[in-house]
Design a protein around this ligand. Structure first.
Ligand code: ADP
Ligand code: ASP
Ligand code: MG
Length: 490
């Protein structure tokens, strides 16, 4: 049996026919290298957002608004699927003015049937005006259902033995719609039944990320960005030799390259560091991705589908030693800080428990906590539930809350036991007002809360302080040198 590798392609890697062709050639290269790929794909870029917008419009009774969104999505999908057909690929420049010819009939028919069913749901929703999490999952699931089927067909036509598997047959979850919890044992059984037989025959299975279903067959989703999680669940379930996350950047970088253009690729990072970064807002990986891989010790690679030659980032159990204290800086925005102030609190037995019970009741995770003699400050990343949480907390003490905060989190195993790091961190951002500070119990992160509007500037200042002369064993310093050389030549 060949080496089983899960290859996950994110939204930008499948955003149009050109991107899907690129994806096909990456998969083809892996097959020629003797790898048996299992492919997990996201919805095409922005599709999930638009499906959510359609669902919200319908739930407000704006039936026409919702149907206008799906009409645009319908033509986008039809166009991409038609462009991918052998007939269209053969036309000069892949330029097919309209995709209504008989040669496209089969492609058109199944896409129309899917959108007809989706429109039916939206019409019903516009009539009842109530968007339940269950209906929302049903609506957003169309993004991955469509992309995976289109891509499986494209792979079949390109000699890659593409076969579509509906992820909902394999990714069995509980019924917490919007952020369902996967049921590992059932998933492993289903993968054995639906995926492995194809792989043993050398076929390239393509399945949608993000979506799943309950044991009873009700569609669920794993939370935004959840296709990474699907890839890790599949990798864990079939004991893959590696999980590859193909995205639109060269790997995990020292900061979000959109915020910090100087960011460098991190060559290797530990599971623990990557998990911490993902949890604290580095969108390049979904926070739940790492666990299934850690449990089975499967290496995860983050790679660039626009630059497949690049080595990317390797996430492994033990990172090599590194002379730079930090590996990367993550930022989580849109946070709210809640101050709970009680005059008599001071270590009162059960007081903190009572506070946390409120967050538990509202199923709201707390990102950061700090306590003083009379107050407890907590941060959360929800805005909708704040009024209810505040109402419950005000039964215990005085409550104040303030939104638009950002949590900056610096991650690196090498901060353990190093002196003077905090002074350097706070020296680099002395021009920025800090609201809360925490050094994580894991001892591999240092995080602090600031105003959202200061976040980008803080990241750039910290990056300049800590990544001016990084360890070439761990960071892709060569890329910076060649970029600098190119600028000088120009
Ligand atoms: P995909 O659609 O492939 O899942 P995402 O948009 O979810 O891609 O994640 C990739 C994006 O994550 C990058 O374009 C980048 O802007 C952002 N990002 C944030 N932090 C980092 C980081 N530390 N390293 C790399 N990318 C990051
Ligand atoms: N399509 C889903 C989203 O946009 C899942 C993913 O892309 O990972 O959140
Ligand atoms: Mg993502």
């Amino acid at each position: 049996m060949k080496k089983l590798v899960v290859m996950k392609f994110g939204g930008t890697s499948v955003e149009d026919a050109v991107a899907i062709n690129r994806t096909a050639s990456i998969v083809s290269t892996r097959r020629n290298q003797g790898v048996q790929p299992i492919v997990v794909v996201s919805a095409m870029a922005k599709v999930t957002d638009q499906l959510l917008a359609a669902a919200n419009a319908a739930s407000r009774g704006d039936r026409n608004g919702a149907l206008a969104i799906t009409a645009r999505l319908r033509s986008r999908h039809k166009e991409v699927a038609c462009r991918l057909t052998a007939q269209a690929a053969a036309k000069p420049g892949n330029d097919c003015a309209d995709f209504t010819g008989p040669e496209y009939a089969e492609t058109q028919t199944w896409i129309d049937a899917e959108f007809d069913a989706l429109d039916e749901i939206l019409r019903g929703l516009a009539a009842v005006n109530e968007l339940t999490p269950r209906i929302s999952d049903m609506i957003v699931s169309y993004g991955e259902r469509l992309s995976s089927r289109m891509i499986a067909e494209a792979f079949a036509q390109r000699g890659l033995d593409g076969v579509h598997v509906d992820a909902r047959h394999c990714i069995i979850t509980d019924a917490q719609h919007g952020k369902a919890i996967p049921q590992d044992a059932l998933i492993a059984e289903r993968l054995k039944e639906y995926v492995l037989p194809h792989a043993y025959q050398g076929k390239t299975v393509v399945m949608g990320g993000f979506i799943g279903s309950t044991e009873k067959g009700v569609t669920t989703t794993l939370g935004r960005g959840g296709s990474d999680f699907t890839a890790a669940l599949v990798g864990g379930g079939i004991h893959a030799e590696a999980i590859e996350i193909w995205t639109d950047v060269n790997g995990i970088m020292t900061a979000d390259p959109r915020v910090c253009p100087d960011a460098l690729r991190v060559k290797t990072i530990s599971f623990e560091e990557a998990a911490e970064l993902a949890y604290f807002g580095a969108k390049v990986l979904h926070p739940a991705t790492i666990l299934p891989a850690v449990q089975k010790n499967i290496p995860v690679l983050v790679l660039n589908s626009r630059n497949p030659e690049n080595e990317g980032t390797r996430i492994i159990s033990l990172a090599p030693s590194c002379r730079s204290p930090f590996k990367s800086i993550a930022v989580k925005k849109k946070l709210t800080i809640i101050d709970v102030v009680a005059s008599r609190m001071l270590m009162t037995h059960g007081y903190l428990r009572a506070i946390f019970e409120v967050f538990d009741k509202h199923k709201t995770p707390v990102d950061m906590v700090s306590t003083s003699e009379v107050s407890v400050s907590l941060t959360v990343d929800t805005t909708e539930k704040i009024p209810e949480i505040a109402a419950d907390l005000s039964k215990l003490a005085d409550v104040k809350y303030e939104g638009r905060k950002a949590l900056v989190c610096m991650v690196g195993e090498n901060i353990r036991g190093q002196n003077g790091i905090a002074a350097r961190v706070f020296g680099a951002i002395r021009h920025i007002n800090i609201r809360m500070i925490s050094q994580g119990a894991s001892e591999i992160n240092m995080s602090f809360m600031i105003e959202e509007e200061d976040a980008d500037e803080a990241v750039r200042s910290l990056h300049a302080e800590f990544f001016e002369d990084p360890d070439p064993e761990v960071f892709d310093v060569e890329a910076r040198k060649s970029a600098a050389a190119e600028t000088t030549v120009r």
